[in-house]
Design a protein around this ligand. Sequence first.
Ligand code: SIN
Ligand code: CO
Length: 373
Amino acid sequence: MDNFSILGELTPQKFLRDYWHKQPLLIRQAIPGFKPLLDREALCTLAGRDDVESRLITHFDGTWKMQSGPMQRLPSFRKKEWTMLVQGVNLHDDAADALLQRFRFIPDARLDDLMISYATDQGGVGPHFDSYDVFLLQAHGRRRWKISAQQELNLVEGMPLKILKNFQAEEEFVLEPGDMLYLPPHYAHDGIAEGECMTYSIGFRAPPFQELGEAFLQFMADSIELPGRYADPDLAVTQHPAEISKAMIATMSAELKKIRFTDDDMTIFLGEYLTEPKANVFFDSPEKSLTPTKFVQTAAKRGVRLSRKTRMLYRGRHIFINGESFAVGAADKKLLLMLADMRSLPGELVASASEDVLEAFHMWHDDGWLSIS
Ligand code: SIN
Ligand code: CO
């Protein structure tokens, strides 16, 4: 199957040039004959787990309410106007992970997760906007989407979720299974289920600069080195003992200005930051750990693949995996880049790996970051 057929007639290049971050796009039958990857029961089971992020949104008697998971009880499936959202389904289900992989014409550093929403008739999350790009793929039943390019995005105050004060729909479409709607960030929308429906949201990450900056300074705090200590051999008698002297500020700020960030610091920080698993992600270690010899023997025969939960990126000689980083030489780099891009390696390539790489693979296997194919 052509990996990029999800964009209908459009090539990924044209999509990125004309629509990405710019304007909405409706693709009828983006995935022809698409069937839900998980049924209602499987989705509810996921929502009941404490390592899965889920939310229940109800709009009973005209009142919006939101409740966070894990879900113990849900309203009756016969009752109208409720929605259950399950985040990160790709981390727990192979088919959901495979679907997300079809969006890899956009880099992994931007791709976030697959969220599945289940709604009963007339269910929705209200008119709102998101801060991220999103592809909304209809998986089951029908949903009516109303969208608007409106600039005014004031929210109703005191609500448990983001609800636009003045939503003025400009366009409206009913999506059937396999249809997909792309929305750029801050595009107002309201999706209402027509009968029971399931919608898959392919979401992207766009870290706020404030959050990036705070995390970067924390990262730098661990690596800066400023030897020496404050000294003032020329100290003069003061009439104002509570005042900080100009000289003290000058000396201290001259020292602090010695802090420098190199491009390598930035790269290492970003790689670690972008591959850090979310707080509720737990890796499943293999049932039995293999000795190094046994691991290499089996992996060289069958190949290896990254866990659905593993985030692996690279830049230059730096390799990043699940919040950790290391620098590699040219020979190891080739293999690790292939693993990161393809998310798996055939046995013959594993067999050609250096001792260092095999040792790392064995450790990642024990940690549940990678498995034998
Ligand atoms: C939904 O799938 O119910 C909501 C998705 C969205 O509007 O962002
Ligand atoms: Co939305």
